[in-house]
Design a protein around this ligand. Structure first.
Ligand code: CA
Length: 230
C-alpha cells in the first residue's frame, strides 16, 4: 500500500495548516485547495480521500460534493461549523461519507480519515490468499474457496473480513464482537467462538489444521493466510 493522497479543501489557513501537519505526520501526502474551483480542478490529479469544508468563499461545499460525485466515488469527509450544518449533511445525504463538526481535534479527524480509508478499501477490495485458494470479495460479500463460491452468513463474513484485512494482527473476542454488533455484550466469548468454528468449517480444508484463522490462546484470533501479490 503506497502513500495515500489527501486533498484538504479549506479556506481558513490556520485549519488547513493544522490538518495538513497532522496528516503528514501520519504519512499521508496532502494538498490544500482553498477555493471550490481549485478543489474541483484538483480532484482530477487523483486522491484517495477528500476533506471538504462546507463553507468556502466561492462555492458551497454541497455543490462541490455534488460536482465531484458526478464522476467519482472518492471518499469525502465533510467539515461543518455548526449543528444546523451537521443536520444538513446528515439529512440531505449530499454524498459525503462522513462528517466532522468544528471545532474538532485534529487527532480525531486523522482517526476518521484512517477509518474511512479502511472502510472503503474493505468495500472495494477483492483479496486473495494462499495462492488464490481463498478469495474474499467484499464488494459482493462472497468468499471463494478453491474456485468455488461458499456461503457465509453476514456475521461470519464480517468476522472473516475483519481478520483478513489485517493479516497477523491478533483480535480479542471483545474486539470481534464489536465488529459484528458495534457494541459489547455479555457472554460474547462463546458466541465468537461459535462463529469462528463455523467459518473454519467452511473455509478450511481441515478445521483442525487451520491455514487461515489461528486461535491465540487466552486472547482471541488472528488471520494467518498469506496475501497474494496483485
Ligand atoms: Ca470555511
Amino acid at each position: 500500500m503506497g502513500e495515500k493522497k489527501i486533498l484538504v479543501v479549506e479556506d481558513e489557513e490556520k485549519i488547513s495548516d493544522l490538518v495538513k501537519a497532522y496528516l503528514e505526520k501520519e504519512g499521508f501526502s496532502v494538498k490544500v485547495a482553498n477555493t471550490g474551483q481549485n478543489a474541483i480542478s484538483s480532484v482530477k490529479e487523483g486522491f484517495d480521500l477528500i476533506i471538504l469544508d462546507l463553507m468556502l468563499p466561492d462555492m458551497d461545499g454541497e455543490d462541490i460534493c455534488e460536482t465531484i460525485r458526478e464522476d467519482s466515488d472518492i471518499p469525502i469527509i465533510m467539515l461543518t461549523a455548526k449543528s444546523e450544518e451537521e443536520d444538513r449533511v446528515k439529512g440531505l445525504g449530499i454524498g459525503a461519507d462522513d462528517y466532522v463538526v468544528k471545532p474538532f481535534s485534529p487527532r480525531e479527524l486523522v482517526a476518521r480519515v484512517k477509518a474511512l480509508l479502511r472502510r472503503v478499501q474493505g468495500k472495494k477490495e477483492k483479496s486473495s490468499f494462499n495462492r488464490g485458494n481463498l478469495v474474499i470479495d467484499s464488494s459482493r460479500y462472497e468468499v471463494v474457496k478453491h474456485g468455488e463460491a461458499i456461503v457465509l452468513t453476514s456475521t461470519e463474513f464480517k468476522l472473516l473480513q475483519c481478520l483478513a484485512n489485517s493479516p497477523g494482527q491478533v483480535f480479542s473476542r471483545l474486539q470481534l464482537v464489536n465488529v459484528i454488533l458495534g457494541y459489547d455484550f455479555e457472554g460474547y466469548d462463546r458466541t465468537i467462538d461459535a462463529h469462528i468454528k463455523n467459518i473454519r468449517h467452511k473455509i478450511e480444508d481441515d478445521p483442525k489444521e487451520s491455514q487461515y484463522i489461528k486461535t491465540v490462546y487466552g486472547v482471541g484470533y488472528r488471520f494467518i493466510g498469506q496475501p497474494d501479490e496483485d
